[in-house]
Design a protein around this ligand. Structure first.
Ligand SMILES: Nc1ncnc2c1ncn2[C@@H]1O[C@H](COP(=O)(O)OP(=O)(O)OP(=O)(O)O)[C@@H](O)[C@H]1O
Ligand SMILES: [Mg+2]
Length: 673
């Protein structure tokens, strides 16, 4: 199939659309992928910072609560000085409860424990080895941070608390390996505040802390504040965890059974990066039983050693779904765009191609010669002006064509006229030629025969008288005389025929001429009892003709009519002037035997006769034809066998021909004999 212009236009614009669409799709996919994931990842990093703030805030709360206790409960200083343990116990117990703390104790300035809030019976032991107590004594400043606390130490503070650190480790598929199955220490947010007397001398240390194991206060606060407890498909979108070393001691990541995933172990890679190398980790990670976008950062003790991890994570499926929805929306927009563009390009192609098709039809119509195909100009653009130009060209072509057509017709007419004239002239020439040769021959023969015939007649006539009436020799001689007379007539006809090639015109009254003709043939007509009648149109003027020749013509025609009529008959002559008044027309009609159809074309040929030997020579009509033609006229015949014949001759009224005096090769001279 031949690709149409419309198809080409649609395919080319479609190609552009598809290429652009594909590039846009690729870029769009890339941007969505990158944008959403990067956005989510950076949000997680920010969330980790927020979590860190919340974590540090809790630490600062502890310091503040303890500083406040040391200052407000001024009795503590006094009681410490006095060794009043009862007051001390009351003070720190209530402070411990108010501050939501797990342990609180007071030491003397050497670090020996004076009183413990939850275990007042255990005192006198030294906490000088404790990093916090030590720094408070040495630096005489408050100190706070996270620390790993052994079970033994915790047992001193509270038995209940010592039990809370127990966590069963749960191995995970890509988790770090632990040899022990249960932990034997806890992680604690801890602070120590130095106590001074009114002289400003250090008299002891107040220390306390919050055990993080199985304590969900911080992680839930992070979830509350940072993620506002938002759920996606029944799951928390955001989760937070505190790891001691590499296992979860406080978390809101849940197991399939809905319980908190306490004791589950972090992956090896994260452990290596965060715990061993002390760096942060941000990436997607499979946490317990789902993919999360995660951020981990190390938790360090006051000696700057990594002892745990703070983690936040966001459910990745939410972002995956968002990404998928965005991709679909984007894809949908692109497909809609492609369909719309396709429709628009199809419409455009239609608008462009339709006028071109019209032009094509127009050109085809012109090629077939239809100059009336007008194109409807619809637009004012380049195609519109092309259509206007086409219409202009078409109009001009039509005009030119019509002009040419007129000229061709006129030329055709001229050509026909010229051809007709040529034919006539040629006929005339042929006739003249024929007449000339015939005339020459006839004149020659006549000249040679006329005198011997005269002699024959003369001597036969004389000799005849020598024999008596009734002598058969006398009869024979009479026969010789009559036949010789007939020869003389033939010779006369031949001379007439020869002579008619010369025309001498003179003004002639046709009425008179007809009368003369009638008087010549009257004797013959009367013998056969034939009526003769002539009718004249009074408008027929005097004509310029060779009177003798035209009367000869009429005599010949009428003699034929007399010969054609057997029994009673009538010869009518009718003379009229034609409409233009230029030609005169003479009709001679009879009611004789008529002429056979096949003979009509031969009538004017010299020596054509149907008459018996000795009765006709066949020169009568040949002479008539020659004479009429020499008068620039016409002779025609209509006949119906058994009914009659009409001869019509016509010739110009006043036309005086230059060639009226025509002499052909001495014909005239020889014809004088
Ligand atoms: N009016 C007529 N009716 C019937 N036949 C005619 C008539 N006029 C002419 N013919 C026919 O045309 C022939 C030719 O005529 P044309 O006058 O030339 O010669 P012709 O009469 O035979 O002899 P010629 O006139 O020399 O004595 C005639 O022989 C005749 O057959
Ligand atoms: Mg005749």
């Amino acid at each position: 199939m031949k690709p149409t212009l419309r198809l080409k236009l649609v395919v080319s614009s479609l190609t552009v659309i598809v290429i652009t669409g594909s590039i846009a799709t690729l870029i769009g996919f890339h941007l969505i992928e990158k944008g959403i994931v990067r956005e989510a990842q950076s949000k997680v990093t920010l969330d980790l910072n927020s979590a860190r703030l919340i974590y540090n805030q809790r630490r600062d709360n502890i310091v503040n609560a303890m500083t406040y206790t040391a200052m407000r409960k001024f009795g503590i200083i006094q009681a410490l000085k006095n060794g009043n343990r009862k007051i001390l116990l009351e003070s720190i117990y209530s402070a411990c409860e108010e501050g939501g703390m797990d342990i609180m104790a007071i030491t003397d300035k050497e670090g020996r424990v004076v009183i413990r809030a939850h275990n007042p019976g255990a005192f006198g032991d030294s906490q000088a080895h404790d990093e916090f107590v030590k720094r408070a004594i040495v630096d005489k400043k408050s100190v706070a941070g996270t620390e790993i606390v052994s079970r033994e130490e915790l047992l001193k503070e509270s038995e209940v608390l010592a039990d809370r650190i127990r966590i069963t480790l749960v191995p995970t598929p890509r988790g770090k390996n632990y040899y022990e199955r249960e932990n034997t220490s806890g992680m604690m947010l801890k602070a120590a505040v130095p106590l001074f007397d009114d002289t400003g001398e250090l008299i002891g240390v107040l220390y306390g802390g919050v055990l993080l194991n199985n304590n969900y206060e911080i992680v839930d606060k992070i979830k509350d504040i940072v993620y506002e407890n938002v759920k996606y498909k029944g799951k928390d979108v955001g989760t937070a965890t505190i790891f001691q070393d590499g296992f979860r001691i406080s978390t809101n990541v849940t197991l399939r059974n809905g319980k908190r995933a306490i004791g589950t172990i972090v992956s090896k890679e994260v452990y290596e990066r965060v715990v061993e190398q002390g760096k942060a980790w941000t990436d997607r990670a499979f946490v317990v039983n789902d993919w999360y976008l995660t951020a981990y950062s190390p938790i360090k003790n006051i000696k700057d050693e990594v002892i745990g991890i703070l983690y936040v994570g966001m459910l990745e499926s939410k972002y995956n779904d968002m990404k998928r929805d965005s991709l679909w929306m984007f894809f949908g927009a692109i497909i809609t765009g492609i369909i719309l563009s396709l429709a628009v390009s199809y419409m455009l192609a239609y608008l462009i191609v339709r006028p071109i098709q019209q032009l094509e039809h127009g050109v085809e119509a012109l090629a077939k010669g239809n100059f009336d195909f007008d194109i409807n100009v619809r637009s004012h653009d380049e195609i519109g002006s092309l259509e206007e130009s086409f219409n202009k060209v078409r109009r001009e072509l039509k005009q030119t064509y019509n002009k040419l057509q007129g000229k061709i017709e006129a030329a055709d007419e001229d050509l026909k006229k010229a051809y007709k004239e040529l034919r006539e002239k040629q006929e005339l020439l042929v006739q003249k030629e024929r007449l000339a040769s015939m005339g020459q021959l006839s004149a020659g023969v006549a000249h040679e025969i006329n005198n011997p015939i005269g002699t024959i007649i003369l001597y036969s006539h004389t000799l005849r008288k020598e024999f008596p009436e009734g002598d058969h020799r006398r009869e024979d001689l009479e026969m010789i005389v009559s036949e010789a007379m007939r020869c003389k007539d033939i010779v006369r006809d031949l001379l007439n025929f020869a002579r008619q090639s010369r025309v001498t015109k003179e003004p002639t009254d046709l009425k008179k001429l007809i009368k003369e003709v009638f008087s010549i043939i009257k004797p013959e007509a009367e013998v056969k009892n034939i009526k003769m009648d002539a009718q004249f149109d009074e408008s027929v003027p005097t004509v310029m003709i060779d009177r003798i020749q035209i009367s000869q013509v009429l005599v010949n025609i009428m003699k034929n009519s007399i010969d054609a009529i057997s029994g009673e008959g009538e010869i009518k002559v009718n003379i009229t002037l034609n409409k233009s008044g230029e030609d005169v027309e003479i009709k001679v009609s009879d009611n004789g035997c008529g002429i056979k159809h096949e003979n009509l074309s031969k009538l004017f040929t010299p020596f054509f006769t149907t008459k018996d030997m000795g009765k006709g020579t066949g020169l009568g009509l040949a002479i008539a034809y020659g004479v009429i033609k020499m008068h620039s006229g016409n002779i025609s015949v209509e006949s119906e066998p058994g009914k009659g014949t009409i001869f019509t001759i016509s010739f110009p009224v006043n036309k005086v021909e230059n060639d009226s005096d025509i002499s052909i090769n001495g014909l005239y001279n020889t014809s004088k004999t």
